[in-house]
Design a protein around this ligand. Structure first.
Ligand SMILES: Cc1ncc(COP(=O)(O)O)c(C=O)c1O
Length: 455
């Protein structure tokens, strides 16, 4: 009998574990084999470190065409640089703006010790949804009074478009969506990834720098029966060109007669004209006829809540029963996507919309932003006229909303960036909200040089 066997047979289990441990630690052969195992595994992990990444085939994606402008702007050390690419409001001093009424609402939220940070329901804050529907459709909208509208809080305008797109891909018989040419660069990607097939309808006429109304009517007139049509509710991005009320009426009749399904993108309510009601007119005319539509709402620009990601998707249905079934399916779209939306931004919006005084203050601040943008249009137009810049620049004052589609080509844009440190998207779109009285002369000089020196 060897000593090891007798030791193990005569001792308690804990003694045996201790002596086994001692053997491992003292035995040269055991230690050698363990050490060998360890060094082998270290060797194999170090050879892993030398191996190529499993992602080494991943190619570098291009910068987003809009957000990439800011990336380039940030790298430019020039003191005169000017960013007119991003669609965010700036003050006369070129600073981002937090509205007073938003600060006030946030203070209220902070002071309320009863507030907690629990999850919202899948469809978001109920009061926010109710007030958002009223804001866009009007407080006396029959569709709201008849409970035919379902509204769900989403991640700003983009998230609302995406949720709406995925709902349509799952539950609507037609998977084709027509979007204007040109349109906000993200529409194509959002709807394609949502599972819809994207086609374009004519919208902008470069010759007049205005609406190609005939082209629009022809393309929607020959669109597949029942197709979805994306419409910018106001302040079309990037062109700043909106249909007149009479043209909207013709568009509405055509859409209804061809049983097309309107999907409104409302990213600028109040920002175009300074009036929340006027900028919702296109949508309200479609709701007034009793037909169905979708609306994606964003509070990024009109409340300056960009990074809070506050928005809503409303679907106007024929009956209350359909609306409630639609909502039940929207939940199934949202739940696996982001579970439920964030609480803070929606609480700010609800605080402002529910309180008459705060609401009034908001409309005043909103009008001031819209007016400043309109005043920038006039100042730029006057500055170009004063310089005798060749061309008709009246589109600068005719177009509406945050952007002017200047008509400058990509070479002229590149020239302005290189020589004048002015940044904008290569299609010649400039954000009027990024301009101030101080920077108008610099921009006018740059445009003058570009159109006289670069063809
Ligand atoms: C036409 C249009 N739709 C939607 C959006 C989405 O904005 P957000 O997701 O920030 O609300 C924008 C933003 O620039 C826009 O211009």
């Amino acid at each position: 009998m060897n000593t090891r066997a007798s030791a193990s047979s005569s001792s308690s289990p804990s003694d045996r574990r201790l002596s086994a441990l001692a053997r491992h630690l003292s035995s040269p052969s055991d230690a050698g084999s363990r050490g060998g195992g360890l060094s082998r595994s270290l060797a194999s992990s170090s050879s892993l470190a030398g191996r190529e990444s499993v992602f080494s085939h991943v190619t570098r994606a291009p910068e987003d065409p809009i957000l990439g402008v800011t990336v380039a702007f940030n790298k430019d050390p020039s003191p005169v640089k000017l960013n007119l690419g991003v669609g965010a409001y700036r003050t006369e001093e070129g600073k981002p703006l937090v509205l007073n009424v938003v600060r006030q609402a946030e203070q209220q939220l902070i002071n309320d010790r009863a507030r907690v940070k629990e999850y919202l329901p899948i469809v978001g804050l109920a009061e926010f949804n109710k007030l958002s529907a009223k804001l866009i459709f009007g407080a006396d909208s029959p569709a709201i009074l008849e409970n035919r509208v379902t509204t769900v809080q989403c991640l700003s305008g983009t998230g609302s478009l995406r949720v709406g797109g995925e709902f349509l891909a799952r539950h609507y018989h037609q998977h084709t969506i027509y979007i204007p040419k040109p349109t906000w660069g993200n529409h194509l990607k959002v709807f394609t990834l949502a599972g819809l097939s994207v086609k374009y309808y004519r919208y902008y006429d470069p010759a007049t720098r205005g609406l190609d109304f005939q082209g629009l009517l022809e393309d929607l007139g020959s669109a597949q029966l029942g197709a979805v049509v994306l419409l910018h509710a106001c302040a079309h991005n990037p062109t700043g060109v909106d249909p007149t009320l009479q043209q909207w009426e013709q568009i509405r009749q055509l859409i209804r007669s061809r049983r097309l399904l309107p999907f409104f993108d409302s990213a600028y309510q109040g920002f175009a004209s300074g009036s929340l009601d006027a900028d919702a007119q296109s949508i309200r005319s479609f709701v007034a006829d009793g037909g169905e539509c979708l609306v994606a709402q964003s509070y990024a620009k009109n409340m300056g809540l960009y990074g809070e990601r506050v928005g809503a998707l409303s679907i106007v249905c024929r009956t209350a029963d359909v609306a409630s079934r639609v909502e039940s399916q929207l939940k199934l779209v949202i739940r696996p996507m982001y579970s439920n939306p964030p609480i803070h931004g929606a609480s700010i919006v609800a605080a402002i919309l529910r309180d008459r005084e705060m609401y009034n203050e908001w409309t005043i601040e909103l009008k001031a932003m819209a007016d400043r943008i309109i005043s920038m249009r006039h100042q730029l137009f006057d500055a170009l006229r004063a310089r005798g810049t060749p061309g008709d620049w009246s589109h600068i004052i005719k177009q509406i909303g945050m952007f002017t589609f200047t008509g400058l080509n990509s070479q002229q844009v590149a020239f302005m960036t290189k020589e004048y440190h002015i940044y904008m998207t290569s299609d010649g779109r400039i954000s009027m909200a990024g301009l101030s009285s101080k920077t108008v002369p610099h921009l006018a000089d740059a445009i003058h040089a570009a159109v006289t020196r670069v063809v």
